[in-house]
Design a binder for this molecule. Structure first.
Ligand code: PEP
Length: 251
């Protein structure tokens, strides 16, 4: 079954607008866009408009790292789906573990954000994943299931081209510890089976892996059953490392 492949950069609170534009110009000059995977770059809010402008003649798409669930109003510091779309942004990352753990976003908030993004035609990268304590306590399967269920139980249709799920074990994010291909494959299988049980197209949704992906481990991971791409943090901050990871989609 052919599913779309994605190579997604989550720059978090890194790279100024100028640095983001230079990154994109570097990618364009390297002419790496021949792999079939789609590139999505997610700068901070202030970097979105310059990134959209820099990427306008190539196949790179731009995403945000967050959005609010209300359409507009007195919500100081928040950004709406309309603002993101007006800025040229096509995607949004939701449910990232840093939003869940540092900013205390709960499942209900994430579900509301997903509903808002779907309603307003913003494409979604939903992140789910277990902490080390949850894995060691044998709670991984139940946790993934409950994060999935609460995020999308009220959704009857997943857009065919615009909804990815990233399995991101929290213990692997920014730690240098990567999930083994077998562990990632098991989690991806569980996610697909759960989606199917929920009446959603589990076999056709693109599932990404995230957690210390780097040029050295990308080759093995991208060949792993069920992995359709990556969500990359640290290694996406340097265009050279990002390109080396992207090249692995070609082989
Ligand atoms: C992330 O932040 O989504 C991530 C996977 O980070 P890193 O690649 O640095 O582990």
């Amino acid at each position: 079954m052919s599913r779309k492949q994605y190579c997604v950069a989550n720059w978090k609170m890194n790279l100024t607008s100028t640095e983001g534009v230079n990154f994109i110009l570097d990618l364009v000059s390297k002419d790496i866009m021949s792999a079939s995977a789609k590139i999505i770059l997610c700068p901070s809010f202030t970097g979105i408009i310059p990134a959209v402008e820099a990427a306008k003649d190539c196949r790179i798409e731009i995403g945000a790292q967050n959005v609010y669930f209300e359409p507009e109003g007195a919500f100081t510091g928040e950004v709406s789906t309309a603002m993101l779309k007006d800025a040229g942004c096509q995607w949004v990352i939701l449910g990232h573990s840093e939003r869940r753990h540092i900013f205390k976003e709960d499942d209900q908030t994430i579900a509301r954000k997903i509903q808002r993004a779907l309603r307003d035609d913003l494409k979604i990268i939903l992140c789910i994943g277990e902490t080390l304590e949850q894995r060691e306590a044998g709670q991984t399967d139940a946790l993934l299931k409950s994060q999935l269920k609460s995020a999308i139980e009220n959704i009857s249709v997943i857009p065919e081209d615009g909804f990815c799920i990233a399995y991101e074990p929290v213990w692997a994010i920014g730690t240098g510890k990567t999930a083994t291909p077998d562990l990632a494959a098991d989690a991806h299988r569980l996610i697909r089976d759960n989606l199917t049980d929920m009446g959603l197209p589990g076999e056709t949704v693109s599932l990404l892996y995230g957690g210390s992906v780097k040029p050295e481990n990308a080759k093995e991971l991208i060949k792993t059953d069920g992995i359709d791409g990556f969500l990359i943090g640290g290694a996406s901050l340097k265009s050279e490392a990002f390109c080396q990871i992207y090249e692995q989609f070609k082989s």
